[in-house]
Design a protein around this ligand. Sequence first.
Ligand SMILES: *[C@@H]1O[C@H](CO)[C@@H](O)[C@H](O)[C@H]1NC(C)=O
Length: 381
Amino acid sequence: MPSVLLIAALAGLAVAAPQNINAAAVSGLVTPTLLGPDVAELTPTPIAYNPTSAARAAAAEVTANPVTPKKRSVVNLGAASPLNGAIGKRDACDPQPNGIGPVPGKGAVAEYLDPYNALSQAAQDAATPKGYTKAFTNLQGSTQQIGYLTFKTITSDVYDTQACADFCDNVNYCLGFNIYFERDPSVDPAAACPNPKPVTNIKCSLYGYPVIAKTATNMGQWRGPEDSTGEVFHVVIVGSNGYSKLAPTLSPTKQNNFTGPSTLLPGAINAPYDNGVDTYLGMKLYNNGPYDPFVCASACQAQTAYDRATAGPDGSYKPCNFFNSYILSKNGVPQGTYCSFYTRSWDEGYAVNTGYTFGSDVYTVEASFTYGLTNVDDGQA
Ligand SMILES: *[C@@H]1O[C@H](CO)[C@@H](O)[C@H](O)[C@H]1NC(C)=O
């Protein structure tokens, strides 16, 4: 058993151990299939996340697999996938749309990748939009991580971080964005037009979690057949910057049937026993879709319904009256929406779990908020 070191101070309280952040749940996660725009994509991806169906799936999953502290609780709500028609129609040698960004030199791959070119300079000089913090600057890869929402191609030749921030601010759940230059073919490469002239697209992709340098890993691709010199068109990504919403601007939505959200908490709830009774019910971790406490609210209510339906002969059961929702990151990489469920409310004084070291991995807590059931369930059928 690897040892789990609690970083946060616990103020001498007796702690119900199972609330410790469940690292095993992270190692069992299935990575969603859709982590960013396909480099061949021409038209913006329709947002595949549907909160209603995610919440319904969470409730159904809890009913089938109610929270139990000792059990792994990893949930795949059905991978988000590009909708039909998401990838623009392409025919051999058709001109490709957009492509109005600046082309360095003659447009050779080496000219794009030159760290001293105008594209790199634009990325380095770009202003950080108000309400955001810069996560990374001038990388040669685009973001691939959970919570991908959609993208757009900027309709001017300006590397406009504010335009991306405005886009993010207008899309529900957006917590971070990636802006980058992409070297794209001017026509769809085919046998009659191999390795065509390049154009530059400036793209913004949006995420439902903060973006980080470590996930800017999409280095492009090769497209089409070889030309007479044996060259294939090479899509490359340069001047890739990431920006995430500042913590104080995070404000998850209200949830029906619950009070809250609380103010932004400094960590996850770590509740003591209440008169000898463990009030912690268990946890779920959801990595399909953006950070969304709605799935926690739905799971909490489904858990209560399950518990009530399976109450003992005396009619008593453990209701879910309170949940804590946060983003769990592993070594800085967001892992999903973490929900922990309790039979009673706990105030911000118990939000002391800021993270753990588990073996060589560091787990951290961000965007922690609590919600309490408005009509508290007394746990008596
Ligand atoms: C609110 O509670 C009612 C009664 O339990 C339930 O029918 C309804 O689905 C809940 N609403 C949401 C959004 O979970």
